[in-house]
Design a protein around this ligand. Structure first.
Ligand code: ADP
Length: 447
């Protein structure tokens, strides 16, 4: 087991990892920018190192500084959290070259899944269902037209190097296609320096359903069920649940086993999430995240398995603590991402949180690094806390969520709490009857 883990992150996820390390009796090192000197993760860690000025590229993304912090403190492993360097294959390589363990999958698997076309090709080879479309990048308009005619309109033109929903264009008819191709290429070239694009069938009303997996790198892999993250705004997840209200046990088992088998064949190591669009009973792979995700606590709530413990065990060579037969799903869990943003316009609202009071009681978990008097710096993402509620079934979970939201107090800044208070009372949400466009349509009604 590791002696000392350096946590290359900030905010709630740094605390989350720190808690797991403490439980396992592992020393912790926090790193921080000058803007985060008074942050909770710095206060609670055994040691801390300032790694640079506020801008992420100079601190949390600064590989040399983080490596230096490992050397100064003698950390033998790094947990990257999510975001920042968590899916940076070069970072994983550099750590390995310095005999520091990267708590995550191999650099090779990070690279494969980081390239959309390569990821899709790999998924298909491993028997994971993918969206019908071109095999790799399309060369020219003629080839694109031929492929689009084959799969049928509407189609989606996507950038190979894509991310954050950029470089994506829908073509509803052949007449739209040339224009969609040229705008997607221009956007992709400007955003990613790579104008390769590919084509997929455009799904009109899908849900976003993702499968959590854990592999030991030696051919054993388990799935921990799925999460439904269909409630999104601008491709950002807002509300996540486990299990999905749209799946039955048979569908859950089938897709879970498909993914676990694929990860076992790949020899995948650590935590990963295989993301799908789901429509009319069919799953379509969109991407794989080779890291812990923001919404992992809903899976922890219904399985009782600590994903960060598992990540650390696997990275240290201790293998997985569970086999597929040990995994059981209990009840239902929902996570609300509380952001420091205006609940209608979503304009960020950094500043001092004058009063912060979190709900408690049975089935409630709040992951947050905020405290009363904390000043939210303007340099990073606006997530200030995650409210995770667990109940014996979805109805109980929703009742508990409603009262937990009533108890939650965030004063001094704007937060998205009022949005969740609206959502928890909405009929479609209560019925679990929503697709990936539902939230945007709901928000547009008020404008
Ligand atoms: P990015 O990496 O840019 O976020 P993704 O491939 O993950 O790109 O897709 C982002 C979002 O775009 C998905 O969550 C979904 O909302 C939408 N999307 C992607 N592919 C399709 C498709 N074939 N049909 C419909 N919507 C899609």
């Amino acid at each position: 087991m590791f002696q000392k883990i350096l946590i290359a992150n900030r905010g709630e996820i740094a605390l989350r990892v720190l808690r797991a390390c403490k439980e396992l009796g592992i020393q912790t090192v926090a790193v921080h920018s000058t803007a985060d000197a008074d942050a909770m993760h710095v206060r609670l860690a055994d040691e801390s190192v300032c790694i640079g000025p506020p801008a992420s590229r100079d601190s949390y993304l600064n590989i040399h500084q983080i490596l230096a912090a490992c050397e100064i403190t003698g950390a033998d492993a790094v947990h990257p959290g999510y975001g920042f360097l968590s899916e940076n294959a070069k970072f994983a390589d550099i750590l390995a070259a310095h005999n520091v363990t990267f708590i995550g999958p191999s650099a090779e698997h990070i690279r494969i899944m980081g390239d959309k076309i390569e990821a899709k090709r790999t998924a298909k080879r491993l028997g994971i269902p993918v969206v019908p479309g071109s095999e790799g990048a399309v060369r020219d308009d003629r080839e694109a037209k031929r492929i689009a005619a084959g799969i049928g309109y509407p189609v989606l033109v996507k950038a190979s190097a894509g991310g954050g929903g950029r470089g994506m264009k829908v073509a509803r008819t052949e007449a739209d296609l040339s224009h969609a191709l040229s705008t997607a290429r221009t956007e992709a070239g400007a955003a990613f320096g790579d104008d390769a694009v590919y084509i997929e069938k455009y799904l009109e009303k899908p849900r976003h359903i993702e499968v959590q997996v854990m592999g030991d790198g030696a051919g054993n892999a388990v799935h921990l069920g799925e999460r439904d993250c269909s409630l999104q705004r601008r491709h950002q997840k807002v509300w996540e649940e486990a299990n999905s209200p749209a799946l039955n046990v048979e569908q859950r088992t089938r897709i879970g086993e498909t993914v676990a088998k694929a990860m076992s064949d790949l020899g995948y190591s650590g935590a990963g999430t295989v993301e799908f669009l789901y429509e009319n009973g069919e799953f379509y792979f969109i991407e794989m995240n080779t890291r812990l995700q923001v919404e992992h606590p809903v899976t922890e709530a219904i399985t009782g398995i600590d994903l960060v413990h598992e990540q650390i065990r696997v990275a240290s060579g201790g293998g997985l603590s569970v086999r597929q037969d040990d995994v059981r799903f209990h009840g239902h869990a929902i996570e609300c991402r509380i952001n420091a943003e205006d609940p209608r316009t979503f304009v960020p609202s950094p500043g001092t949180v004058t009063h912060f009071h979190t709900p408690g009681g049975l089935g409630i978990r709040v992951d947050s690094a905020v405290y009363s008097g904390y000043r939210i710096p303007p340099y990073y993402d606006s997530l200030i806390g995650k409210l995770i509620v667990h109940g014996r079934n979805r109805v109980e979970c929703m009742m508990r969520l409603r009262r937990a939201l009533d108890e939650f107090v965030v004063d001094g800044i704007n937060s998205t709490l009022p949005l969740f208070r609206d959502l928890v009372g909405n009929v479609d949400v209560a019925n679990g009857d929503y697709d990936i466009h539902w939230l945007e349509n709901y928000l547009a009604q008020d404008e």
